[in-house]
Design a protein around this ligand. Structure first.
Ligand SMILES: Cc1cc2nc3c(=O)[nH]c(=O)nc-3n(C[C@H](O)[C@H](O)[C@H](O)COP(=O)(O)OP(=O)(O)OC[C@H]3O[C@@H](n4cnc5c(N)ncnc54)[C@H](O)[C@@H]3O)c2cc1C
Length: 520
């Protein structure tokens, strides 16, 4: 049998698998994107993503197409029993330090379809929609996927690496015997997606109604799309709430601004929100990503975002391996980097979920008093972004020290090749970058470093012109003059002075060389 062979096979063309295929193409990796279904999933699921996800779309060449489909919003607020704020997460509707607005709302089937189409049109991406992956086997040279086609045909596909982005029930995870750890958080909620008559009707920020009578959420979607979510109370059956009349009653209970206005309820679904993380994210050549690896209660709107961060992390490493700039041990940093990140956000979402979902009035009254005190003390979180940590492990500078290590590097507007403004990443490409605010002294090994890791060097004011001083302020805030930025824009490490730049490069070279020595 003729076997097609690719560098990366991706099982599942949900948002995570489709982004993975777009990223693979961006890195020049040949890939196959396989999905059992010819259509995208239509029930209501993700509605929100953050600036760092738009930055990933930008890297994949998709931001210009996605931005017009999304509504930028101004964060959110949690209301107590009396309908007054107990937490505020409000932000300004303008691009932040990552180059994009803090929050975007979107309609997932529309985004999923765009991502699939974009992947299918990329050179080097082979699509198999309507084909199910029945199992994955592995030998010394490749993973082999057994596929069944729409008319019952059988095919095999060989790949050096496999990304299993096959969703929450992940047949690949099950086949490989990779277990999920549960946080023991299980809450049933009904989701109501509706169209309102006008695009500007209703608040342009998310509202969480922390009402023990029935916790709920309002989310302004793009255009006329609005979402409401309500907890299914003990003793209720979710389906009872899904009739158009009950759905409307639920919406009316929290939405005085909709008084008398016609509401076109399009879709409803009942989900059990939970926190789950796979104990191992890799088996041999197969990596789990997205919902296959973890599931997050949607209180910060992060489930899909996690998955997109997963594949951003994985793809540049697979490309580094293909380019012989690293050895296979680099791939061990995937779970080491992504798991603590994912867990931190799941834990924050569950902590939120526990106080949002309380049905005990006394507990809720005490909660409102306590959280309002925090607002008064100014200790409240001001944006969701502050909940999202940097990297705490993996390919980071081994030297203790700067708080900048593991953070996302900012993305200001800089002067492009012809002097017109562009976002910084457009210059950085897909490489490691050393960005220095001072003239780089004649560092022995700088060129060797650049050649070895495929790195690129920028000097502020000379080869890089920051148009609004963001980078100078960043260096000042972290008390350093140069940063070594990874291909996924996380900071590897920083140098406190010009003469420390050589040591930073040597440390990065030795960290990488540990990995490079494993080559072949
Ligand atoms: C109510 C709700 C609200 C949410 N809100 C948000 C939010 O605001 N923001 C956010 O970031 N996330 C949110 N999420 C989470 C988000 O929807 C998911 O994390 C995301 O859709 C997962 O994407 P995925 O690509 O990993 O999996 P999926 O989208 O489930 O895709 C998996 C794909 O794999 C395919 N597949 C499965 N098995 C096979 C096989 N054997 N062979 C071939 N193909 C296969 C399936 O057909 C499917 O297309 C929410 C979820 C819910 C339920």
């Amino acid at each position: 049998m003729n076997q097609v062979r690719v560098e990366v096979a991706i099982i599942g063309a949900g948002p995570v698998g489709s982004v993975a295929a777009n990223l693979a193409a961006r890195h020049g990796l040949s890939c196959a994107l396989i999905d059992a279904s010819t259509e995208v999933f239509v029930l209501p699921r993700a509605i929100h993503f953050d600036a760092d996800i738009m930055r990933i779309f930008q890297f994949a060449g998709l931001a210009e197409r996605i931005e017009p489909l999304a509504r930028a919003t101004t964060g959110g607020v949690h209301l107590g029993i009396d309908g007054e704020p107990i937490r505020r997460f409000r932000v300004r509707d303008e691009p932040g330090d990552l180059g994009w607005r803090p929050h975007y709302m979107f309609f997932q089937p529309e985004l999923d379809a765009l991502l699939r189409r974009a992947a299918a049109s990329c050179p080097g991406v082979l699509t198999r929609f309507g084909w199910r992956c029945e199992r994955v086997d592995e030998d010394d040279s490749a993973a082999v996927l057994s596929l069944s086609g729409p008319a019952g045909e059988y095919a095999e596909l060989a790949a050096e690496y496999v990304i299993a982005a096959d969703g929450a029930t992940s047949p690949t995870r099950v086949q490989l015997g990779l277990e999920l750890d549960s946080y023991g958080f299980e809450e049933p909620w009904i989701i109501i997606d509706a169209q309102v008559p006008a695009e500007d009707l209703g608040p342009d920020y998310t509202i969480m109604y922390c009402d023990p009578a029935r916790p709920g959420t309002y989310v302004p979607g793009p255009g006329r799309h609005r979402r409401w979510e309500f907890m299914v109370l003990p003793g209720e059956r979710g389906e009872e709430l899904q009739t158009p009349q009950r759905a409307r009653e639920l919406v009316d209970s929290v939405t005085p601004w909709l008084d008398g206005v016609e509401l076109d309820v399009g879709r409803t679904a009942v989900y059990r929100f939970h926190g789950l993380v796979a104990s191992r994210w890799r088996a041999g050549r197969v990596f789990l990503a997205g919902d296959a690896a973890h599931q997050t209660p949607p209180f910060y709107g992060q489930g899909m975002c996690h998955g997109i961060r997963d594949v951003r992390n994985l793809l540049w490493k697979l490309a580094a391996l293909r380019d012989d700039r690293s050895g296979p041990r680099l791939l061990d940093t995937y779970q080491a980097e992504r798991e603590p990140h994912v867990r931190a956000i799941i834990e924050a979402a569950i902590a939120n979920g526990r106080y949002i979902c309380t049905l005990d009035r006394e507990v809720a009254v005490e909660r409102d008093v306590r959280l309002r005190e925090r607002i008064e003390q100014g200790a409240d979180v001001r944006s969701f972004r502050e909940v999202i940590p940097g990297l705490s492990a993996g390919l980071l500078d081994s030297r203790d020290g700067s708080e900048a290590n593991g953070l996302l590097f900012p993305q200001p507007r800089v002067a492009g090749d012809d002097g017109s403004p562009v976002l910084l990443d457009e210059l950085l490409g897909d490489r490691f970058a050393l960005i220095s605010a001072v003239a780089i002294p004649d560092v022995p090994g700088c060129e060797t470093w650049a050649a070895a890791v495929g790195g690129v060097v920028f000097e502020l004011g000379s080869t890089l012109h920051d148009l609004d001083g963001t980078l100078e302020r960043w260096f000042e805030a972290f008390d350093c003059v140069a940063a070594l930025v990874r291909p996924d824009r996380y900071v590897f490490g920083v140098a406190e002075s010009g003469i420390d730049i050589g040591a930073l490069l040597r440390r990065s070279a030795s960290t990488l060389s540990d990995i490079v020595e494993e080559r072949g």
